[in-house]
Design a protein around this ligand. Structure first.
Ligand SMILES: *Cc1c(COP(=O)(O)O)cnc(C)c1O
Length: 426
């Protein structure tokens, strides 16, 4: 088969295509490993579905109060078994990752308690939730205080500092698995386990929450298996498999999940209410697809890193480094390069490929930001998407790719755009 002929029609030059093919040869073994991870996690998900007797009735959904919603309750049992949790809350009424995290925090903390982050500052949107940036309705307004132990310069945990920050009021600890858009490393499940062991030795009864965004199905194990009490994430990232159109989840200890359910609905109602409407097929099928979708996203990230590393750009993580989440950052070094990269990703998209992303003044950011996304679900970041602030060192952060073949086209298209704009030569 002449594979190139189809890429040629889509505006990819032979030079760019061949460059990509050579790079792929170097990644064969890594790709086999990502496939194996997907295979492992796929069987884990199917096994949880079979054990919980997922049936055709589960896909029907409920209206009104949503009492006795078999599909919703069974799906929560499937999540709980897959992630080794006692219980789970998986709901379209949880609107996004930030909401899920806020819910987990606000429902499990009480006035007078303290929250500790032992991994430096949390994800940007949590600053207003916690009250790091003063905000109406924050934890700070409820007299819940916040402490932070910064990381050491090399990104590792500062155990002395963490020990100092644990006190009699420390009720909960929040650990972010993925670096998000920070410049620290993302942590493996086993690194998170070491941190949890240390904290437990200091304070056995503290509630440990892991922000699991972008981490699900990247490894064989999840943070609950190394001692976390709660994991929290978004369904328009990894576990929604690209099919969930909205939603978030909290999984872990029964008491933690029950607290969250009572805050989401109301004391006395808890998990019993919350109509699933028509969303169950997308939630089930998305979770079923998630392991292979995550593998596609990781292949896309590794392919891009290998290409740009070869061309002399600094990539975080490195192309062949072990991955702990699906995010890839590339230091593109100039605003022109950042814009060209994003244009290329947009041109390769299945939706909105005809629009051109341009930098804009995004609320809450000091610098202009450029974003490329042509997604079926608005704002979905398990679909191929890229963005970056227009400031030194002009990092582009990108993630996703529902299928590896789309990811490949997106990355080749970004390279084509860079070559055509005379930013680099192959
Ligand atoms: C995406 C993300 C969040 C917030 O999720 P939203 O769905 O955008 O609200 C929180 N933490 C991390 C690490 C994330 O990647």
């Amino acid at each position: 088969m002449n594979l190139y002929s189809v890429y040629e029609k889509m505006g990819i030059s032979k030079e760019v295509y061949d460059f990509g093919e050579d790079i792929l040869k170097e990644l064969r073994e890594d790709f086999l490993h990502y496939d194996e991870m997907a295979e492992y996690n796929q069987q884990k998900v199917i096994s949880a579905m079979q054990k919980n007797r997922v049936s055709a009735e589960c896909l029907l959904g409920s209206t009104g109060y949503g009492y006795n919603d078999l599909g919703r309750d069974t799906l929560e049992a499937v999540y709980a078994d897959t992630f080794k949790a006692e219980d789970a809350l998986v709901r379209p009424q949880i609107t996004c990752g930030t909401h899920a995290l806020a819910l987990a925090l606000m429902s499990n903390l009480r006035p007078g308690d303290e929250l500790l982050s032992p991994v430096g500052a949390p994800y940007d949107t949590l600053h207003e939730v916690i009250g790091i940036r003063p905000s109406m309705g924050s934890l700070a307004e409820y007299n819940i205080t916040y402490a932070q132990a910064d990381l050491l310069e090399d990104g590792s945990f500062d155990y002395d500092e963490i020990k100092k920050k644990i006190n009699e009021r420390t009720k909960m600890v929040t650990i972010q698995r993925s670096k998000g858009y920070a410049s620290r490393p993302s942590y493996s499940v086993s690194q998170i386990g070491e941190l949890i062991d240390f904290i437990r030795a200091e304070k056995p009864d503290v509630i440990i929450m892991v922000d699991n965004c972008y981490g699900e199905f990247v490894e064989e194990t999840e943070p609950l298996e190394v001692g976390a009490d709660m994991i929290v994430g978004s369904l328009i990232k990894n576990p929604g498999g690209g099919l969930a159109p909205t939603g978030g989840y909290i999984a872990g200890k029964k008491s933690c999940v029950e607290n969250a359910a009572r805050r989401l609905s109301s004391p006395g109602l808890g998990k019993e209410v919350g109509a699933s409407l028509g969303i169950m097929p997308a939630f089930y099928e998305g979770f079923f697809m998630a392991p292979t979708v995550v593998a596609s996203a990781i292949k896309t990230a590794a392919f891009a890193a290998a290409i740009y590393e070869k061309l002399g750009y600094n990539c975080i993580p490195k192309a062949r480094e072990k991955r702990n989440d699906i995010i890839q950052a590339i230091e593109l070094k100039s605003p022109e390069a950042l814009e060209a990269f994003c244009r290329g990703i947009q041109k390769g998209a299945p939706v909105d490929s005809h629009v051109t992303p341009v930098p804009w003044d995004m609320p809450g950011y000091d610098d202009q930001v450029i974003m490329a996304a042509g997604a079926f679900v608005q704002g979905s970041s398990i679909e191929l998407s890229a963005d970056g602030p227009l400031r030194e060192p002009y990092n582009v952060y990108f993630q996703g790719g529902l299928t590896w073949y789309h990811g490949k086209l997106g990355i080749l298209s970004s390279l084509e755009e860079m070559v055509r704009s005379h930013i680099l030569r192959l």
